[in-house]
Design a protein around this ligand. Structure first.
Ligand SMILES: [Zn+2]
Length: 478
């Protein structure tokens, strides 16, 4: 027992106080007339119970412990298959309804055993560089590839290289802008290098690319992530380089004329494999065919344990249903937890879910995929009127400082649903530390604070519950 639990007697008392307040409001008696606090607003007590349950029972954290024990879960890997089984079993044991797997074919990319690089300065010293292959990258020729290095920061600098890039390694070294309060903005501005670097460099004849890791931390841990190739453009090896090694390489390039880098990667792409989304729900008591989704993605990169990205989101989605069940809060509409497969390197799970689920009426989709940190609010990808309808519930989230409801990105996995007009809502946690861990060996459960993780689950549970009760249609409360 971690908390003083609310006894049945106390619950009755709360209900009585609520009734008295409602009566006072109906009779236009001010709260001070009855010697009480302000009249509770709708769902005030329920949301406080949800927050309390989340704080007392670390269900999401325990789920995350189970999931991260499997290890990283790159699509198509044995670990990803184990995670699918884990998710199914966990949903069954939590008593969710209609627990099932939704089959989906996923790409399979393997990192291989070797990923290393070093700088060679003339006939002199060799300087090791911390690198890792970017997802989808091709391997280097056996034994590695060596070339002079040219550093760039912008696409026009790449274009301007012209024929001088031939046979060289293009080093993309534009850092994330530390001046942004929201680190996702800094990521969004810089990540084009990771996605588009290999194609742009190959078009001017480069033999490989090194791309500065997408993080604001200055350390020697490289951060992976997906990259892309284009038909008709040579596929050249692509590696992320740690920020510290990027800074080292930059200063070496400043002072050494005769510098080369040798890069060796043994990654490869294999045939697609069968995997699955994992789905379970609490069926709606009045409108079961109308659905509110809570979700995260079950796959991760093959670094660390995929704890923040996105084990946290999966655990929170499941925990939000557990909390509602524990409190006997049967929602009017169905609340469905979806653990999407293959967000990181294909989005096959999100697309498949949207294609299969066309028959259901999705009222909203809520995703947690921004880390298991203390929630600050939700970003909403929906018309303004819908955002306003969601924002009217922000007072329920205020007790935990999670009441910012703003226009924003819902989530990658629920983006295909948003194209069908489903309001997509993304949990927005505090963002300062996320990219320290993202897609790297540092994304392990030790980096997750149980209480912050639980608060995120509470925020999702509250929002999912009020939307399931009230709907999101203007003018109607049902
Ligand atoms: Zn993610």
């Amino acid at each position: 027992m971690r908390c003083v639990r609310e006894s049945g007697h106390l619950r009755t008392l709360h209900a009585l106080v609520f009734t008295l307040h409602a009566l006072a409001a109906a009779m236009l008696i001010t709260p001070s007339d009855v010697g009480a606090q302000a009249v509770p607003r709708p769902y005030d007590l329920v949301s406080k119970q949800i927050i309390r349950e989340a704080m007392c029972e670390p269900g999401a954290y325990q789920l995350l412990e189970g999931l991260t024990r499997i290890g990283p879960r790159l699509s198509g890997s044995q670990n990803a298959a184990a995670a699918v089984r884990w998710g199914y079993d966990a949903m069954v044991s939590l008593g969710f309804e209609d627990v099932h797997l939704e089959p989906v074919m996923v790409p399979v990319w393997e990192r291989g055993d070797i990923e290393r690089a070093h700088a060679v300065v003339g006939s002199g010293p060799v300087v090791p560089l911390a690198v890792c292959a970017l997802g989808s990258s091709v391997a280097t020729p056996a034994g590695g590839i060596e070339g002079e290095v040219v550093e760039v920061h912008t696409w026009s600098e790449v274009d301007a290289l012209g024929a001088t890039a031939k046979g060289r390694i293009v080093f993309f070294n534009r850092p994330m802008d530390a001046g942004h309060y929201n680190t996702f903005e800094a990521y969004g501005e810089a990540v084009d290098q990771r996605g588009g670097g290999p194609v742009a460099a190959a078009k001017v004849g480069a033999c490989a690319v090194l791309i500065r890791s997408m993080t604001l931390a200055i350390d020697d841990v490289p951060h992976t992530g997906n990259t892309h190739y284009e038909d008709g453009v040579p596929r050249i090896p692509a590696a992320a380089i740690s920020t510290l090694s990027a800074d080292t390489l930059h200063s070496l390039l400043d002072r050494e004329r005769d510098l080369k880098v040798r890069l060796e990667l043994t990654c490869e792409t294999k045939p697609d494999a069968l995997s699955a989304n994992v789905i379970g729900e609490i069926r709606g008591r009045e409108k079961p065919e109308e659905v509110v989704i809570v979700g995260g993605h079950l796959d991760s990169w093959d670094k660390g344990q995929g704890a923040h990205d996105d084990g946290a989101g999966c655990a929170q989605a499941m925990e939000s249903l557990r909390i509602l069940k524990e409190l006997d809060l049967a929602p009017r509409r169905t609340i469905r937890a979806v653990l999407f497969m293959n967000e990181e390197n294909g989005l096959r799970g999100g697309r498949e879910y949207a294609a299969v689920a066309r028959g259901d009426r999705h009222v909203a989709a809520i995703e947690s995929d921004a880390g298991g940190f203390a929630p600050r609010g939700f970003g909403v990808n929906a018309p303004r009127e819908t955002l306003d309808l969601i924002a009217r519930w922000s007072y329920l989230l205020a007790p935990m400082g999670a009441d910012r409801i703003i226009e924003g990105h819902g989530g990658v996995d629920i983006w295909p649903l948003s194209l069908q007009g489903v309001p997509a809502i993304g949990l927005m946690p505090e963002s300062q530390r996320y990219f320290d861990y993202h897609h790297s060996d540092k994304d392990v459960i030790a980096a997750v604070n149980p209480r912050e993780l639980q608060l995120g689950a509470a925020a999702m549970a509250i929002l999912a519950y009020v939307i399931a009760e009230e709907g999101l249609e203007a003018g109607a409360s049902q």
